[in-house]
Design a protein around this ligand. Sequence first.
Ligand code: 5GP
Ligand code: MG
Length: 180
Amino acid sequence: MQNDIDHVLISSERIQTRVREMAEQIVAYYDRQNPELTLVPVLSGSIIFLADLIRHLPIKMKLALVHVSTYPGRTTTPGESKTLLEPTGDIRGRHVLLIDDILDSGRTIRRVQAMLHALAPASVRTAVLLRKPSKAPTDVPVEFVGFDVEDLFVVGYGLDYDDFYRNYPHIGVLRREVTA
Ligand code: 5GP
Ligand code: MG
């Protein structure tokens, strides 16, 4: 697996530090209302981020998973989101925090936000680990961002290529030959 990585873009140490900071921002943001949350991770890319983040969030919460699959085995052309399954838990009347790995074209998050709003939540906020600012649209509200990254295809820390590399602990860029 290591041999397929061209270089590390963000080390696991930097990720851990930033995830803790994001958790502090989220706690501070919700502090006054002190609500119960429903966290909605978008599967599968956000699972590692979710697992690390929630252990730094001393907030009473439920999880409701949503599943979206995009870009099957591809690194560049954004395909239409393939499937979008209803959240596995309660959304109605709840303060929802949507969690995703990366905001690229914004198509995925736009669709999930629309689906959540249709289920009558009390509020919807969004946290992403990565954002590609060169492409991210302005009409998709994202309140919490871990890192802004260049428009490169990255893997690791939950992010995949053809469902591989999710267990790579850093965020890295694949060697060209791997995707050629
Ligand atoms: P969007 O809908 O914003 O264009 O893309 C979001 C989804 O595409 C992400 O949840 C992720 O699954 C995939 N994606 C976008 N950019 C990358 C990338 O650089 N690396 C990986 N592994 N997936 C990406
Ligand atoms: Mg994804």
